[in-house]
Design a protein around this ligand. Structure first.
Ligand code: MLT
Length: 276
């Protein structure tokens, strides 16, 4: 991958963004607590046909903008992405593709910046808010991350991110995600945990989504399982579902060819962008 990383100021933060290829824009929004590199299989393949932008969200990877003790809400992340598109001169609507936390960000992005969305790809995510116990656990994890570092998340998270086959046969892939978690910025991780804990239930918003939508889920995703994603997709008018065999929560990283094929079919079916 020729990962053309740029640093773009949006005023309250400086965001690092991989910006590759030319043509209609595709925005890839990473999951928690990762960075743009989780999309490497998509950037490599899709930059041949589109302009692919994969930012590090505020407080992740090479992006700044988090004060100690802050909460980064999903709405803040969505507003950051709109500001990023402005700063990068992207006026035409984008295909927004988010994984897990990236999907949580899609909901406020569509609500507040819907005119900027040409199509929506929701990977391994959910619309529901956290149950009270899950929200409380996030706040406790935020406290611990600030005291002990983001490594405290790795042990519990890693086995849940991948399919059995990935865990068994691709230790280098698992190790690369572990390394990303260990290198994450404590303040950014803690702020996102606080923000996720307070995110609203997006389920009532689903029927109002009026852009073409593709839902992608790993067949072995234990965090956002296929039955839950199929139910979520049923709430979005016209949404299509692709279930990816031998993949878990990190389907785009585990099975890039299968996920890219589903994305390419979806992109082929989109109405063409109108010229200026
Ligand atoms: C993610 O992959 O972004 C996380 O599983 C989201 C979450 O912690 O709910």
């Amino acid at each position: 991958m020729s990962d053309a990383l740029r640093q773009v100021s949006i005023g309250s933060a400086s965001l690092s963004v991989a910006d590759c290829g030319r043509g209609p824009p595709l925005l890839l929004v990473h999951g928690f607590p990762l960075d743009h590199a989780m999309w490497r299989g998509q950037i490599a393949a899709l930059a041949a046909r589109m302009r692919v932008m994969a930012p590090d969200l505020r407080g992740f990877g090479g992006s700044s903008g988090v004060a100690p003790g802050a909460a980064t809400t999903m709405e803040q992340f969505a507003d950051d992405l709109a500001a990023l598109l402005d700063a990068m001169g992207v006026a035409e609507p984008v295909v927004f593709c988010g994984l897990s936390m990236g999907g949580y960000i899609a909901w406020p992005f569509v609500r507040k910046h819907g005119a900027r969305v040409r199509g929506l790809i929701l990977c391994d995510t959910r619309a529901a808010a956290d149950a009270p116990a899950a929200a409380a656990a996030r706040l406790e994890n935020a406290r611990r991350v600030m005291e002990e570092g983001p490594g405290i998340l790795a042990g519990a998270m890693l086995p849940k991110l991948f399919s059995a086959k990935t865990l068994e046969t691709r230790p280098e892939l698992v190790a690369s995600v572990r390394a990303t978690i260990l290198a994450a910025q404590p303040a950014g991780v803690a702020a996102a945990l606080r923000g996720m804990a307070q995110r609203p239930d997006a389920t009532p918003w689903l029927p109002a989504i009026d852009c073409p939508t593709l839902v992608v889920v790993g067949a072995e995703d234990v965090l956002t399982p296929p039955d839950q994603m199929v139910a979520m997709a049923a709430g979005i008018p016209g949404a299509r579902v692709a279930i990816v065999p031998e993949a878990g929560h990190m389907a785009p990283l585990e099975r890039p060819d299968a996920v890219n094929a589903a994305i390419a079919e979806f992109l082929d079916g989109l109405p063409p962008l109108r010229g200026p």
